[in-house]
Design a protein around this ligand. Structure first.
Ligand code: SAM
Length: 278
């Protein structure tokens, strides 16, 4: 793996969640966590000094589309030979403002696109939710988060971290944690452990496509996670002019159940009824 001289010395910006990886083995494991990248187009948010970008290119990605908010890094990437040959796209700017559909249409020919990234902690979750809602262009994702966020994505009913993010993620993907890393693996080290969550898209006929309603229902249910559903869903039912009792009965939900006991199919029933009644 070739490494750009000098970039290790760049001062990390805390406000941009900068914790860099330089170990080639860890970078390769991250690049391949969601499966082979050979011949695939990959989006990478936050390439930073480019260790993961280099690993993705070395492992055979046909194209890597980077989105980086720190212009010290985006401008350094412009000098890479793969930029000249078209294998590397550099988008300088805030990933939260990217129109992913447009970016994909403009830059890519092979669909679906993988998303592989060591995400900045402050924007990782909203980006993931945007991607979960994305269309068929989005393929496998291998995303490094704070370990707790990765656990929230992969949790099952009854587990400590089960909530909105698990239900939304598992509505469209099969999820697992590929591996965890201690703070010392990064420079500078973050305060907590990190983990790579892998999301493999479900076949189309197994996906739940109304994520907007599912998001609204889970946000209400888990917003008051200690309450029984007949209490926590009351405000949602009222706001959407849904008869709460009928809603719970038609969705085969025990009114006294708490949200963490409901599985994916139960939340889907609640969301389906709510979307047809709204
Ligand atoms: N991929 C590199 C690595 O693994 O060493 C860097 C990962 S670092 C955790 C996160 C990167 O995301 C930084 O390079 C940071 O500048 C960038 N970043 C932070 N906020 C961003 C945003 N809103 N849009 C795009 N990039 C962002």
């Amino acid at each position: 793996m070739s490494e750009r001289p000098g970039l290790k010395q760049v001062e990390a910006r805390k406000s941009l969640g900068q914790h860099f990886l330089f170990d080639p083995n860890i970078l390769k494991r991250t690049a391949l966590a969601a499966g082979p990248v050979t011949g695939r187009t990959v989006i990478e948010v936050g390439p930073g000094p480019g260790g993961l970008t280099r690993a993705l290119l070395d492992e055979g990605a046909s194209r890597v589309i980077t989105v980086e908010a720190d212009e010290r890094f985006s401008s350094a990437l412009l000098d890479w030979p793969e930029k000249a040959t078209g294998r590397l796209h550099v988008h300088a700017g805030d990933a939260r403002k990217v129109n992913w559909e447009n970016l994909v249409e403009h830059a890519a020919s092979e669909l679906p696109i993988m998303i592989i990234a060591n995400l900045p902690y402050n924007v990782g979750t909203p980006l993931l939710v945007d991607w979960l809602k994305a269309g068929d262009w989005r393929g496998e994702m291998g995303l490094m988060f704070q370990k707790e966020v990765a656990e929230r994505i992969c949790a099952k009913p009854g587990e400590k971290h089960y909530g909105r993010l698990a239900v939304l993620s598992q509505a469209v993907a099969k999820t697992h944690i590929a591996f965890t890393l201690p703070p010392g693996a990064f420079r500078p080290p973050p305060k907590v452990d990190s983990a790579v969550a892998v999301l493999q898209p479900l076949p189309k006929d197994q996906r739940f496509d109304d994520l907007e309603t599912l998001e609204a229902v889970t946000a209400t249910a888990f917003g008051q996670r200690r309450k029984m559903l007949r209490a926590s869903l009351k405000s949602f039912a009222k706001a959407n002019r849904i008869d709460l009792q009928e809603w719970l009965a038609a969705s085969e939900i025990d009114p006294e159940a708490r949200p963490e006991t409901l599985d994916q199919t139960a939340f889907r029933r609640l969301a389906r009824y709510a979307s047809t009644s709204r």
